[in-house]
Ligand binder design. Structure first.
Ligand SMILES: Cc1cc2nc3c(=O)[nH]c(=O)nc-3n(C[C@H](O)[C@H](O)[C@H](O)COP(=O)(O)OP(=O)(O)OC[C@H]3O[C@@H](n4cnc5c(N)ncnc54)[C@H](O)[C@@H]3O)c2cc1C
Length: 400
């Protein structure tokens, strides 16, 4: 799946224009407002995205998307990443984008009709519920949530947290143990769709994160599943297929995130350079003349360029050989890009001085929101270890 170069260039131009004419304007209008207060404005922009035929760019044409390759969507993701609202107004935001992919790949006709169709249309939101407070999320085979078969139903019991965007979501895809006795620990869990209206879906709270209470799409929830009875028709992809589906989802998802981070880096870099050439330290002497600032600018430019090339390399490999073949590249970009993101944001803030940490600029928003980048979708240390093991296999390291 990919679009020819000419059509793709036209789309990139249109999305770039959308960023300047619409998205950057919302940022000014929305300063100080909560996510829910901004929704009417964002929904109006969503309608414009639809009318310009740019909606769900990451989705195949058969399902109403633009039919881009992963590498092409990566370039779109970078442009949209320059605004905190970019992915949401194009309906390619996490976790919905990943859930759309799961439903397209593994959903039954009935599941597609009931859950995928309204998700693609932007009429509902969804969430992905896997991590648990009592177990190390870095080892996803360890979990306490169970889905026990009872006649034609599964009964789910368990405790989850960091279920992003659960507040206001219509359904959750829940990872739970349905085959605890399976010899292969990667075949013990399943993914099951749970409508959030189910009486057994108990929303506990939005977890306060980095000084923000969180609400609606911009939230991370704690949830209890209490005798949550769902029909077996809600099982995704087969009993015990939970990890296989999760791995397929996470490869492309990490490309989406990494390229979104490149967008944030570019915006922060631009702001850093603008400030350096406009801030006067003494009469006629600009901040940009200081060598430390010049070092930050040169290092940031080199690091962003290198990171982008690494992500595009991984995306091209997934496009041509599949997610499994690119697992080393995906682990490398996940920790490398998250680290570059933190560095560039930090330097941009430092160059702005006190202004950098105010909420008058978007930098402080990203600084709070993206500290998590080194943790979600696999912590740095996990990815470094995974990449190193893949490399060392070529040097004779036995499977560990
Ligand atoms: C912003 C954000 C959004 C999230 N959204 C979701 C979501 O929508 N759905 C969901 O299910 N989960 C979500 N998560 C949870 C995320 O997937 C987990 O936080 C992550 O997998 C790490 O698990 P943990 O927090 O339990 O940390 P732990 O597994 O307890 O690890 C703690 C730390 O130990 C270190 N560590 C772990 N393993 C190793 C190792 N092998 N070698 C060396 N050091 C190691 C790392 O430094 C790691 O940060 C989200 C998390 C964040 C921060």
């Amino acid at each position: 799946m990919s679009l020819n170069t000419t059509d793709f260039e036209i789309i990139l131009k249109k999305i770039n224009a959308f960023l300047s004419n619409e998205l950057l304007q919302v940022e000014n209008a929305g300063r100080g407002k909560s996510w829910n207060e901004l929704l009417p404005l964002l929904d109006a922009i969503r309608e414009k995205v639809k009318s310009e035929n740019l909606w769900t760019p990451q989705i195949p044409k058969d399902y109403g998307g633009l039919g881009l390759s992963l590498a092409q969507f990566g370039k779109v993701s970078e442009i949209l990443g320059k605004s905190p609202f970019g992915h949401y107004v194009f309906n390619c935001q996490a976790p919905d984008a990943g859930n759309m992919e799961i439903l397209i790949e593994h959903g039954t006709d009935e599941q597609k009709e009931r859950f995928l169709k309204p998700l693609l249309a932007g009429e509902i939101r969804s969430c992905f519920s896997m991590t648990e407070p009592e177990y190390a999320g870095s080892n996803p085979t360890m979990m306490g949530t169970t889905g026990v078969k009872d006649g034609d139903d599964y009964i789910i019991n368990g405790h989850k947290w960091f279920t992003s965007s659960a507040d206001g979501a219509a359904f959750a895809i829940v990872m739970c143990l349905t085959n605890s006795d399976a010899e292969n620990r990667y075949q013990r869990a399943s993914q099951i769709i749970v409508p959030t209206t189910n009486p057994g879906f108990r929303f506990i709270r939005n977890i306060p994160v980095m000084g923000e209470a969180g609400e609606g799409y911009a939230s991370h929830a704690e949830i209890k599943y209490e005798n949550c009875r769902v029909p077996k028709e809600n099982l995704l992809g087969g009993d015990g297929a939970g990890f296989v589906i999760a791995q397929q989802r996470l490869g492309p998802g990490r490309i989406h995130h990494c390229m979104r981070w490149m967008g944030i880096c570019e915006r922060a870099f631009d702001m850093m350079c603008q400030r350096a050439v406009s801030r006067e330290l003494s009469p006629g002497k600009m901040l940009a003349e200081k060598q430390t600032i010049q070092n930050w600018i040169a290092e940031s430019r080199a690091e962003i360029n290198a990171a982008r090339m690494m992500v595009m390399d991984a995306a091209n490999k997934i496009d041509s050989e599949g997610t499994y073949a690119a697992r080393q590249e995906v682990s490398l970009i996940k920790f490398y890009c998250a680290g570059i993101l933190q560095k560039v944001l930090d330097r941009a803030i430092q160059v702005h001085g006190a202004l950098g940490i105010t909420d008058d600029l978007v930098l402080s928003y990203w600084y709070r929101h993206e500290r998590g980048a080194r943790i979600y979708d696999g912590a740095d240390e996990v990815h470094k270890s995974r990449a190193a093991r893949e490399i060392l296999k070529n040097y004779g390291l036995k499977k560990v």
